[in-house]
Design a protein around this ligand. Structure first.
Ligand SMILES: Cc1cc2nc3c(=O)[nH]c(=O)nc-3n(C[C@H](O)[C@H](O)[C@H](O)COP(=O)(O)OP(=O)(O)OC[C@H]3O[C@@H](n4cnc5c(N)ncnc54)[C@H](O)[C@@H]3O)c2cc1C
Length: 414
């Protein structure tokens, strides 16, 4: 540390990645003023409970809040969307036309926003990204809808379906792929997940791409690409997300499927990015992609802050290398994926059985183990998480299965 205070820094996006970056910056006594811009009116909160405890009515909004940060160096600008950026002068533009300079640098953590389809503005059609989205959906679920249709059978759609069923509502999930999760996790694993939903009474229709929503002011039906329609009074769109980079048009930054960064999370001099918005080369898996998971937003928030400090000679420059990890809770089932299932060549059920909804699947790409998926096998997945922290060949992984299974089962029975 050389002791002088750094010029003003901005964090754009007041959520998990932004707040983690903030906390990391504040650990340095050299950091001076930091302004946090957040388009939402809320202080940072956690999103995973929104589709789980909050939607089921078990948690209120306060319980979703992230730990409050009190520090006189921080200027919280919540409810303030940044509308533009000049990446050369480090100037941000606000909706009212004002501009502000941040010579110390900028952390971009604007996350992602839900994909929608025509008709999404009809009453009774919901997305689920923000606390306000979740509150609106929860309120409408309390009016006892007759038939909820969830468009999209990914993690969010599956969690919403589970929450609705637990409230006693009729639910249909429409999924464009031939098997929900098939592309990401493989057919057998996707079927195993969907079997748990069917067992709880969810109607799952695969190969059913949603093409339009119909109604006058309120949604009345949903149209599927094969021309059939389904009547409904509440639709939840779980069609995935797109990176929130629209405000960066003309900024001079590379925007291609996310905000492009180098392997250290630097997007341009004194500009770093973290979380769902950032696309970076992850050398661990040879991939140049975004990762939309909670754990990644935290790790990248921390790393991006350090990387910005390195721009001022206050920290070392290091690559951001990670083994992604995501979990999902559906009914009493705990699902976890560790590693990258992208473009896998083979899936193998290595532990347990899909019929019992308790298993671990391993994923091979080329000669390497690249990922493990677990349903109700938390201990064993923890072992694979450790194994995957370094490159491991498929052949090596095969020799580990028996040992991991024994240790994992022993740990689970304790
Ligand atoms: C309902 C739900 C459930 C989830 N469940 C899980 C789970 O079980 N497990 C898991 O691993 N992950 C889960 N996730 C994913 C996880 O929550 C995200 O990966 C994480 O929130 C990403 O954090 P982020 O800070 O990068 O982006 P976000 O959380 O999306 O935050 C970005 C923030 O930036 C703000 N913003 C955008 N543009 C601007 C602008 N121009 N100016 C100012 N502010 C702006 C946005 O309003 C937002 O508040 C879930 C996500 C959702 C929505």
């Amino acid at each position: 540390m050389n002791g002088s205070t750094l010029p003003a820094i901005a964090i754009i996006g007041a959520s998990l990645a932004g707040q983690t970056a903030l906390q990391t910056l504040l650990e340095s006594d050299d950091v001076g003023p930091v302004t946090v811009f957040g388009a939402e009116r809320h202080r940072p909160y956690d999103r995973p409970p929104l589709s789980k405890e909050f939607l089921r009515g078990a948690w209120d909004a306060d319980r979703c809040a992230l730990a409050a940060v009190f520090d006189p160096r921080v200027d919280w600008q919540t409810g303030v969307a940044v509308t533009g950026l000049d990446s050369h002068s480090l100037t941000v533009r606000l909706a009212d036309g004002r501009t502000r300079d941040f010579a110390g640098g900028i952390v971009i953590a604007t996350g992602a926003r839900p994909r929608t389809i025509p008709g999404a503005d009809l009453d009774g059609v919901h997305v689920l990204r923000t606390l306000d989205d979740a509150a609106a959906l929860r309120t409408q679920l309390q009016t006892d809808p007759v038939h909820v249709v969830v468009a999209g059978g990914g993690f969010i759609g599956a969690e919403v379906a589970a929450a609705c069923i637990e409230r006693g509502t009729r639910v249909t999930v429409l999924e464009a792929q031939e098997a929900p999760f098939g592309q990401v996790l493989g057919h057998e694993v996707g079927e195993a997940i969907m079997a748990t939903h069917r067992a709880h009474g969810v109607e799952v229709r695969a190969g059913a791409a949603v093409s339009a929503l119909h109604g006058t002011s309120r949604v009345e039906s949903i149209e599927i690409a094969d021309g059939t329609t389904l009547s409904t009074d509440l639709v939840v769109l779980g069609l995935g997300v797109i990176p929130a980079t629209g405000w960066l048009a003309g900024s001079g930054l590379e925007l291609d499927g996310g905000l492009e960064c180098d392997s250290t999370l630097l997007a341009a001099p004194r500009i770093v990015a973290a979380g769902d918005v950032a696309r970076w080369p992850n050398h661990r898996f040879g991939e140049f992609r975004r990762v939309e998971h909670w754990d990644n937003a935290i790790r990248q928030g921390r790393h991006a802050a350090q990387r910005l400090l390195a721009e001022h000679g206050r920290s070392a420059i290091e690559d951001f290398v990670t083994v992604p990890w995501v979990w999902s809770d559906q009914y009493d089932n705990k699902l976890q994926v560790v590693g990258s299932t992208f473009d896998f060549d083979e899936v193998m059920i290595a532990h347990g059985s899909t019929a019992e909804a308790r298993f671990v699947a391993l994923y091979r790409r080329g000669d390497y183990l690249t990922a493990a998926f677990g349903m109700n096998h938390v201990k064993i997945i923890t072992r694979y998480r450790r194994l995957l922290s370094n490159p491991v060949t498929w052949a090596e992984a095969m020799t580990e299965i028996e040992h991991i299974g024994r240790v994992g089962e022993r740990a689970a029975s304790r």
